[in-house]
Design a protein around this ligand. Structure first.
Ligand code: 4GP
Length: 818
């Protein structure tokens, strides 16, 4: 069957592509090309490219049916895939042909690519990581399904008005989505609410059934994920919630028109919107329902695949491995237990063994506020049966702990899945850890801190279950697609294998680091990328920046721990020096920021306002803006990231040590030739180890010092008082110098810094300013800087997501890449 299908696959010649695009115009867009909009062309090109994936899709599905291959089920509430078209074109290896076909059709491929609305189904790091991992899984031919939610509205679009962030609903589906294929036949019922009831089964055993308050359905929407030039496709399978019955005729007959559609409205709410990661109490009920919804559909789907392969439940751990992308999907542990024990009547111990073997858990954050906890009443209200199951898991687990550590009640309290304090909570990280055979952090330091701190007791109990898998990013999207000039310069020298063998091949660039003509070509690429970004900012926002200045860039979510305000303080330090005519050693710089603040995170939004306020003041001050400029690039997302990473000279990775689990932006920058100014945090440490200390600007406290300083009592007001320069900088903000005389607006931020400064911004200030001075000096030596930039790229091979996926395969999933 699959070989027959191969024969009908469309060809990839320019003529065939052209014909296919025109065909889709007629048959799918339904217009004649004369009346086409750019978006119509985009749809036609997208359908043509998707068509070319379909033949591989069908043969790849065969692999999923192959009972000898283990499938990775990547469970993630977020997938930040980025635009599909450009990626599909390079992964299929048809960029030349498509370019030519577009030219012959008189359409501009770059403009077409710009038409794609990005599916923003994630908040930031963890969702983007999931997308890089799907790319690598497919490129390495590991059969995988990314399971998540098809949110109707993704992460909000950000606009900046009067310097403030304004959130706009992301209507990414409004013009249709040519990449997804709905599978109405793949739909599963998901129960919610209600109560449980005990009964006696035929064999006289005590069993429990769940009598839900209502039931909704999840329908599969599949998006093909192409591997790099390997004719392999994996699936991103997202669930959309629907009503079981969409129309209540009884209510309608009674004249209750609202009631007749009520169930439909309610059911569809579940997959309506992606939660920003600062959820309010009001949103929590829906958030837990979302998590349960997608996990339940995904597990039912996996059991269906098991059956399709002719395997039994005993085979589950060998047939599928589920990776929990943070705690969001961790309710899957209780759900698999429920399915096995209540629905398939499997004995508890056997079910537990199977569950633990099937799951593995990745932690992505140490921030206490981000570790999910659900209050017991809320949990019981939505998932009454799961709460009982969790109690049972907990009681068995704690009895083991009691046996192992007799009399250690404190340990019991610390390790319990139930947090007994206050209104009592279910600790999802504990459920995830106890129910998984492997737990991993995402950088060496982060894993160490997990072991020492957040999950210390669990580590002591089972040290062999803890692993580190340092994050990585895909070089296909982040170098080849988004930095084509650099990619072809690299390929010219070392061939093309680096695209799939980053770890072994990129290092070959090293031998060109001192080659002056190569250095010149390297600088030319950077200069062109910077000029492109300058044009784009001018065109879109009327901003004026100088491509000859040092591009100093910080793009990432806005958060106090990431310390965009430390960056801002340094800018004000320069401003102050310029105003005082102390301009010696100031290298012209453009400071570029981008990132979204969670809508309810007031201080983060105030930091955005501060950055814009500084930018505006400098724009209006020719004395200052001949040296420095500050711009805030609105709506930072994957699509905008495409223009940013490749144009950076300096990458800002300045989180408080111990707070950034890994970071992946740090990798994207460095791989594209930026040097890093960074703290000893997350993956920065490993990046520095790889690129060499001499090619990295390190500053500030390390994680142990941060801990010590906090334990010994930290007094930011003293730091401020004892450092004249810092005092002047803070006083300038307070004086209203950047807020047209308004001395109130930034008070909450200043009060936080002078009051308790939880992220040690003031403590690290001087070290940061000094380090920035070293950056300026280094930048003035063009050749030395270029050499450092080349060495950065050459030595970044480790940070390919292919390496990360190989680590998962070997240590956690026990899967052999194809
Ligand atoms: C992020 C971490 O903050 C970041 O350091 C890491 O690189 C990324 O996950 C991927 O591992 N965490 C989240 C989150 O996105 O929502 O906790």
């Amino acid at each position: 069957m699959s070989t027959d299908v191969m024969h009908i696959g469309p060809g990839n010649s320019v003529a065939e592509l052209k014909e296919s695009i025109l065909g889709h115009f007629c048959f799918d867009v339904g217009k004649s090309p004369e009346y086409a909009t750019l978006h119509d062309w985009y749809m036609a090109v997208a359908y043509s490219v998707r068509e070319r994936m379909m033949e591989h899709w069908v043969s790849s599905l065969e692999r999923i049916r192959d009972k000898h291959q283990k499938i990775v089920g990547y469970l993630s509430a977020e997938f930040l895939m980025g635009p599909h078209l450009g990626n599909a074109i390079i992964n299929l290896g048809i960029e030349q042909q498509i370019k030519e076909a577009a030219e012959q059709l008189n359409i501009n491929l770059d403009e077409i690519l710009q038409q794609e609305e990005e599916p923003g189904l994630g908040n930031g790091g963890l969702g983007r990581l999931a997308a890089c991992y799907l790319d690598s899984l497919t490129t390495l031919k590991v059969p995988a399904i990314g399971y998540g939610i098809r949110y109707e509205f993704g992460i909000f679009d950000q606009m900046i008005r009067d310097g403030w962030q304004v959130e706009i609903t992301d209507k990414w589906l409004r013009n249709g989505n040519p990449w997804e294929i709905v599978k109405p036949e793949l739909n599963y019922g998901v129960k919610l609410g209600g109560k449980t009831q005990g009964y006696t089964d035929e064999k006289g055993g005590y069993r429990v059934k769940w009598i839900p308050e209502y039931e909704i359905r999840g329908v599969a929407y599949d998006t093909p994920v192409p591997g790099y030039k390997n004719e392999t496709i994996n699936l991103l399978r997202l669930w959309k919630s629907e009503a079981t019955e969409s129309f209540d005729f009884q209510a309608f007959d009674k004249g209750d028109y609202y009631g007749a559609v009520h169930e439909k409205v309610f059911s569809e709410t579940i997959s309506k919107v992606l939660y920003p990661n600062d959820v309010s109490e009001a949103g929590k009920k829906l958030r837990l329902s979302q998590q349960y919804f997608f996990v339940s559909c995904s597990l039912q789907d996996a059991l269906r695949i098991l059956e399709l392969r002719g395997l039994s439940l005993d085979d589950l751990p060998d047939a599928v491995t589920f990776q929990l992308n943070d705690t969001h999907p961790s309710i899957a542990i209780a759900e698999l237990m429920r399915l096995l024990v209540d629905e398939y009547m499997v004995d508890w111990d056997k079910a537990w063994e199977c569950t633990r073997k099937t799951f593995a858990y990745t932690n992505h954050t140490l921030l206490p506020e981000a570790l999910e906890k659900w209050s017991l009443p809320l949990f019981a209200h939505i998932l009454p049966r799961h709460l009982e199951i969790i109690y049972e898991i907990n009681s068995r687990f704690l009895s083991d702990i009691r046996n192992k550590y007799p009399g250690d009640d404190d340990r019991i309290r610390r390790m319990s899945i139930i947090d007994e304090q206050g209104s009592k909570y279910v600790r999802m990280a504990h459920l995830a850890t106890i129910g998984s055979h492997a737990v991993n952090g995402v950088s060496a330091l982060h894993t160490e801190l997990l072991k020492q701190d957040v999950l210390h007791d669990f580590y002591e109990l089972q040290p062999d279950a803890f692993f580190n898998v340092t994050n990585g990013v895909t070089p296909r999207r982040w170098i080849k697609l988004y930095n084509p000039r650099l990619a072809s310069l690299i390929s010219d020298r070392i061939g093309e294998r680096w695209i799939t063998h980053l770890e072994t091949d990129l290092i070959n660039l090293q031998s060109f680091a001192d080659d002056l003509s190569f250095q010149q070509a390297w600088r030319d690429v950077k200069k062109q990328n910077k000029t492109d970004l300058a044009h784009l900012l001018k065109q879109r926002f009327g901003m004026n920046i100088n491509p000859d200045s040092l591009f100093d860039i910080q793009v990432k979510r806005i958060h106090e721990y990431k310390r965009q305000h430390l960056n801002a303080l340094h800018i004000i330090h320069l401003y102050n020096r310029i105003k005082q005519k102390r301009t010696d050693g100031i290298t012209p710089r453009t400071f570029i920021f981008g990132g979204k603040a969670a809508p309810a995170y007031y201080l983060a939004k105030l930091i955005i306002k501060l950055i814009n306020a500084i930018g505006e003041t400098i724009d209006n001050d020719p004395e200052v803006n001949q040296f420095i400029r500050v711009v805030f690039f609105p709506d930072f997302n994957v699509k905008n990231g495409a223009h940013v990473y490749k144009a950076a000279d300096l990458s800002e990775q300045i989180s408080t040590a111990g707070k950034e689990a890994s970071g992946t932006g740090n990798m994207k920058f460095s791989m594209n030739g930026a040097l890093t100014i960074g703290t000893y945090d997350g993956a920065n440490i490993e990046i520095m180890e790889c690129v060499g200390e001499d090619n990295f600007f390190l500053f500030g406290l390390d994680a142990a010092e941060v801990k010590a300083i906090k334990q010994n009592g930290y007094h930011p007001y003293d730091v401020y008082n004892n450092n004249n320069d810092l005092k002047e900088v803070i006083d300038l903000i307070q004086s209203g110098a950047f807020s047209k005389g308004d001395t109130n607006i930034f008070k909450p931020l200043i009060n936080s810094l002078l009051g308790d400064d939880p992220y040690l911004v003031l403590q690290d200030y001087q070290a940061y300013v000094d380090c920035q001075q070293r950056v300026s000096a280094a930048y003035n030596n063009e050749q030395a800087w270029t050499k450092m930039s080349i060495l950065n790229v050459a030595r970044m091979g480790k940070f390919s997501s292919d390496r990360s996926i190989r680590d998962y395969c070997e240590n956690i999933w026990h899967v052999t890449p194809g």
